[in-house]
Write a protein that binds this ligand. Structure first.
Ligand code: UT7
Length: 325
């Protein structure tokens, strides 16, 4: 028995903003953004678009490619840091209604940019445990809505988008999701968090503030490099694979320099890491499924390929998945 990623779908936000476009609004330059991050552009969703709209678009595309109707789903798991409603209802429930998957259980996962890997592990485990057949695993984020547009050190880094995968349990061993590693370091919770004004006492009546992303870039950078390094070492230790066995490593697209540092550490050629940060910037939970959907579209993923997903993000969380395509 295996759980495979049967099909993929993406939702690319329509408003493309180059670094030059951003430099018209913030004190920054294309040269600084490219040299410090590898980002050349990002895509923003127009006013009125919600995280669930992008998620539903990606989900519909993945379902169409799989040839599976929404009512055949057994589960919807959605990873996001920017839900339609902070707290409740789950954005996954709103997507369930939008795609017509009536009655299908649906819930959200909060694991920042590692969210898609957490969601994939949760969905694969639930399909296996309950003998379900098909799940929809989605990463969708609208970072433009929580970015601090007065802070050039964070605002230039993020974009909007969604990626979805139809994940199916099959009666065949050795394919699909082979192993997962998940972890978290809650001591770094305030290194990357959403500042808002929750009531911390019963009768408080302070005016709510707009939720705004706050990041200690240097601390998160160090955590990210350490996470990729530790994850790769742990995968090598826990499996019989060496790095040379992998056809692709698909990292969370946060900063090209983080990936270059990991590649240098292990002597892995840059071409083995799939990167699309130059066009989409950091789309948080959407970044890995967006990369997978793009690779699928370009027919880069061949049956039998061994791939590694590695992510890190708010929590602070980290995680990896080893998949035989
Ligand atoms: O997905 C979640 C995970 N997130 C990440 O992995 C992000 C991790 N962190 C990073 O990628 C990097 O720390 C950043 C890209 C956020 C920052 O890069 P850095 O090389 O650490 O820059 P810095 O914060 O040390 O800033 C260096 C200089 C400063 O100027 P001074 O003080 O040296 O004069 C900043 O004010 O660059 C300045 N700066 C900018 N200049 C032009 C910061 N942001 C900008 C900007 N444009 N956008």
């Amino acid at each position: 028995m295996s759980v495979i990623l049967r099909s993929l779908g993406a939702s690319i936000a329509p408003l493309r903003m180059s670094n030059e476009d951003i430099a018209e609004r913030l004190d920054t330059t294309d040269e600084w953004i490219r040299s410090h991050t590898g980002i050349g552009a990002r895509h923003f969703a127009p006013k009125g678009t919600m995280t669930s709209d992008m998620a539903a678009e990606a989900a519909r595309k993945a379902l169409t490619k799989a040839g599976i109707g929404p009512k055949e789903l057994d589960l919807i798991v959605l990873a996001t840091a920017t839900p339609d409603y902070f707290g409740f209802p789950a954005t996954a429930c709103i997507v369930q209604e939008k795609i017509g998957a009536y009655g299908v259980p649906a819930f959200d996962i909060t694991a920042g940019c590692t969210g898609f890997i957490y969601a994939l592990d949760a969905a694969a485990s639930m399909l296996e445990a309950r003998h379900g057949r098909h799940a929809l695993v989605i990463g969708s984020d609208l970072l433009s809505r929580i970015a601090d547009w007065s802070d050039r050190s964070t605002a230039v880094l993020f974009g909007d988008g969604a990626g979805a995968a139809v994940v199916s349990r099959i009666d065949e061993a050795g394919r699909g999701c082979l192993s997962f590693i998940l972890g978290a370091e809650g001591s770094g919770a305030k290194d990357l968090y959403l500042e808002q004004s929750p009531r911390d006492d019963i009768w408080e009546r302070s005016a709510p503030t707009v939720p705004t992303l706050r990041m200690d870039g240097k601390k998160v950078y160090e955590f990210a490099v350490k996470s990729i390094t530790v994850l790769i070492e742990r995968i090598m230790h826990a499996t019989a694979y060496s790095l040379g066995d992998f056809d692709w490593i698909i990292p969370h697209q946060a900063n090209a320099r983080i990936v270059q540092a990991a590649g240098k550490r292990f002597g892995v050629p840059a071409e083995k890491f799939y990167m699309n940060i130059e066009e989409y910037a950091n789309t948080s939970a959407a970044s890995i499924p967006l990369a997978l959907a793009e690779m699928d579209e370009k027919k880069l993923l061949k049956p039998g390929n061994l791939i590694m997903l590695v992510g890190f993000g708010a929590g602070l969380t980290y995680g990896s998945a080893v998949i035989r395509w």
